[in-house]
Design a protein around this ligand. Sequence first.
Ligand SMILES: [Zn+2]
Length: 222
Amino acid sequence: MILGRPRSINLLVRLLDILLYLNNLMDQGIIENLITSLSKLPGIGRKTAQRLAFFILTMPEEEAKGISRAIDEVKDKARFCKECFNITEDEVCHICSSTSRDKTKLCVVEEPSNILVIERSKSFGGLYHVLLGALSPIDGLTPDRLKINELIDRVRRDSVQEIIIATNPNTKGEMTAQYIREMLKPFNVKVTRIAYGLPIGGDIEFADEVTLSKALEGRREI
Ligand SMILES: [Zn+2]
């Protein structure tokens, strides 16, 4: 009995070691899973995902679970407006269902988040149409993958008089704008493109040549 005791303690210690090892492996798996999930977000590389994962680990439990609940809720309740593809909780978004908006003007944007920015500027009172992306054939984003046919349907169906193309001022946004302009040629609708210009409060001296030449092209009488 006296001789057997150290052996059973050894066995117990060994068992505990194995349990700790397994526990550690499981923990690493969970954290790894969180890191992999976070790195799927745009602009989040693996290093940032690691930092975020460890930040979440040290957050108060209620705050961390609040993030998770907010994601659940968005995925359960949010959907695209059946008219303009803005994000909404209802079938039709609050902009499309408003009676005070100018239904003859449609502003075409790439993403629903663009609507928020334009709305904040309080400079547009018409309706929107979200393409859900920009043309990029190399990434498989062909016209049929965007909401271009739905835009043409709206032009055909509704009393739209002007389409303002507010896609991004980059190669994909330009290509998309040109494509839409071509597709809308058969219709009796005015197609305009938002102007490029210098940032307010900026200095001409620091503007790049493309911005400056576009700003000159988009000049207007004062
Ligand atoms: Zn809408």
